[in-house]
Design a protein around this ligand. Sequence first.
Ligand code: CA
Length: 235
Amino acid sequence: MVQRAMDPLILIVEDEPPQAEMLRYNLESKGFRTVVATGGEEGLLLVEEEDPDLVILDWMLPDLSGIEVCRRLKTKPRTKTLPVIMLTARGEEGDRVRGLDSGADDYVVKPFSPGEMVARVRAVLRRSHPALADQLLQYADLTVDLAQHKVLRGGKSIHLGPTEFRLLRTLMESPGRVFSREQLLDKAWGRDIFVETRTVDVHIRRLRKALNIEGAQDLIRTVRAVGYAIDAGAA
Ligand code: CA
């Protein structure tokens, strides 16, 4: 799986602030990260800079039209598989066809309910990035259910603190990959927060203790002077 920060990042390209804010609020409350562009050119720039997992693209924008933005994304090799959900006003049926011609993956007509939009985002992500949408990570006898925030080992529920949960999630997204302490800090604490790297060791110790119930195999590998990985060949 491609390595990325924890929650799917949604780029919202929408020039009407209340609409953009409503989308941002509802997506973030469902665990997505968002970034907002107010025009087509800015949207294209943010695709390059932020590498989003999905784009919600308004049809009517002040500079480039949504269709033109979509067409440009779908013709570049680097962005052609980036999923796009197009937004348009009710009754633009001719537009609907043109929108799909431009390569949009789905289409939502305004006004829409926030719940409908979140469902569409999940559905489109599930098609393009199953691991991001299904929200279930599995490795050896460990299961992390991201939607329900639950961890199971061998079918038994394990209670983790929020930091241990985020650490485990990061490790489980790329089994076998060794993460440095700095990388784990970025992913489990966030890039702008200053925490000493040895704090990572403290939380890894807690995570290990919680996971290794009743003499179960240690699934966390410590790589000296480098960092940590989740690895069944760890012992
Ligand atoms: Ca608009």
